[in-house]
Design a protein around this ligand. Structure first.
Ligand code: COA
Length: 336
């Protein structure tokens, strides 16, 4: 048995900054409302025509992660790509990354677990490395939300929250099983699937032909729907549970956490968790203020920034935790 360790990290966000004031020019919202409820000040949106896609952003993040890991792209044995906003309905972006990075014909898998996507992807990669099947696995979380949001007042409770970007990690074999990813913990509760969802087009719900035939401007089924307060209430409970599950599995205490990187859903959720666990500002990393919620990309972007800023050192206990649509949630306990 081996462990896996994070050997390299990278992220990419589009240059185009969209502030809360920018949004208030196109919908009935305000900087005050958005900051007070979510902590978000600005986010990045791909400019239509600039050529950035979920895959291309993932590729840019991956190049940095590979370079920092010290391996060559030819050493990558497997690709895991987490997103809810793929370039195509099919095939998924994993194979596009294999093509665009010029990686040899290794396996590529797509993970469909929304805000928990990166933690799920990390867990998949970790299992392949633990069993000895693969040595180096590339894990990417990338989202292009802005092209699919309802940017009118009708969609404001969702569209102000989400932003575009990508993060990536190279996971490599670690012979010392007291180091690297110690454990991952994954959960789902499909009972609440529609509480945070995008249901159309779907092969079993709203057929593409129905949407085209109806030509109904009031049809919002192809925009994301979120029952915000219900999501919030579930998120704070599940975040806490899955962090504790990870700590207990490894006989760790809350005080052992050197860095908690929560999925950047809402600054109020992160602050609630921080307060509940009695963690200091130095023990929790947040960047939602700059990027909004980038779903599967949020943890790898935050992890990369925390690492770049020297906030994660060798020997640190790093905890990743996510919650999102599905509902799905998960955590990873890492000895850096
Ligand atoms: C989305 C969220 C910020 C909304 O905050 P909230 O306090 O629940 O707000 P509500 O939805 O109750 O709306 C309150 C009012 O603000 C209005 N509103 C909604 N979005 C608005 C916006 N962007 N700007 C201004 N007003 C807005 C609503 O229409 C409502 O008005 P009303 O009282 O006249 O009906 C909050 O529920 C949340 O963060 N939920 C969790 C979301 C999340 O984490 N999602 C990702 C999970 S991975």
């Amino acid at each position: 048995m081996y462990n896996s360790r994070i050997a390299g990290l990278g992220y990419y966000v589009p240059e185009n900054v969209v502030t809360n004031d920018d949004l208030s020019k196109i919908m009935d919202t305000s900087d005050e409302w958005i900051q007070e409820r979510t902590g978000i000040k600005e986010r990045r949106h791909v400019v239509n025509g600039d050529g950035d896609t979920t895959t291309s952003m993932g590729v840019k993040a991956a190049k940095i992660a590979i370079e920092r890991s010290g391996i060559s792209k030819d050493d990558i044995d497997f690709i895991v790509f987490a997103t809810l906003s793929p370039d195509y309905y099919f095939p998924g972006p994993g194979v596009l990354v294999q093509r665009d990075l010029g990686i040899k014909t290794v396996g590529a898998i797509d993970v469909r677990n929304q805000c928990s996507g990166f933690v799920y992807g990390l867990s998949v990669a970790d299992q392949f490395i633990k069993t000895g099947m693969y040595k180096n696995v590339l894990v990417i979380g990338s989202e292009l939300h802005s092209s699919g949001l309802d940017m009118t007042t009708r969609g404001r409770s969702v569209s102000v929250i989400f932003g575009d970007g990508a993060g990536a990690a190279v996971l490599s074999r670690e012979e010392d099983t007291t180091k690297g990813i110690l454990s991952t913990h994954l959960h789902s509760e499909g009972q609440h699937a529609e509480e945070l969802s995008l249901t159309a087009p779907g092969m079993g719900t709203r057929w593409v032909t129905d949407i085209i035939d109806d030509n109904n401007p009031d049809d919002t089924s192809y925009y994301p729907y979120m029952n915000g307060q219900f999501v919030f209430k579930n998120a704070v409970v599940r975040f806490s549970e899955v962090i504790m599950e990870g700590l207990q599995t490894n006989q760790l205490e809350v005080s052992d956490i050197d860095m908690l990187i929560p999925h950047q859903a809402n600054l109020r959720i992160s602050q609630f968790i921080q307060k509940k666990f009695g963690l200091s500002n130095d023990q929790v990393f947040n960047n939602i203020m700059k990027y909004g919620n980038t779903t599967a990309a949020s943890i790898p972007i935050a992890l990369t920034e925390a690492w770049e800023e020297g906030k994660i050192k060798e020997g640190d206990t790093v905890v990743l935790a996510a919650f999102g649509s599905g509902f799905t949630w998960g955590s990873a306990i890492i000895k850096w």
